[in-house]
Design a protein around this ligand. Structure first.
Ligand SMILES: [Zn+2]
Length: 74
């Protein structure tokens, strides 16, 4: 289940909450639903972990040893 980080647009309170589909999160401080949604904690960690090895590989997209773009040449 995704955990999202929010900043309340009304009182500025920042918090993390589990969001289930069909439910609207609200500020635990002032109960406003005017929230600025930030990046998911899980999504941020996951994308960073996956992006690093790809960028460091011989081919930026598939890891082909021939170098960047080699995989597209046939
Ligand atoms: Zn608030």
């Amino acid at each position: 289940m995704p955990i999202y980080e929010y900043a309340c647009g009304k009182c500025g309170h920042e918090f993390e909450t589990l969001v289930r589909s069909g439910t609207v999160p609200e500020c635990p401080s002032c109960h406003s639903t005017e929230l600025d949604k930030k990046l998911s904690v899980f999504a941020t960690a996951g994308s960073m972990a996956e992006a690093a090895p790809l960028a460091a590989g011989p081919c930026g997209s598939c890891g082909h040893p021939g170098g960047p773009g080699a995989c597209a040449l046939k």
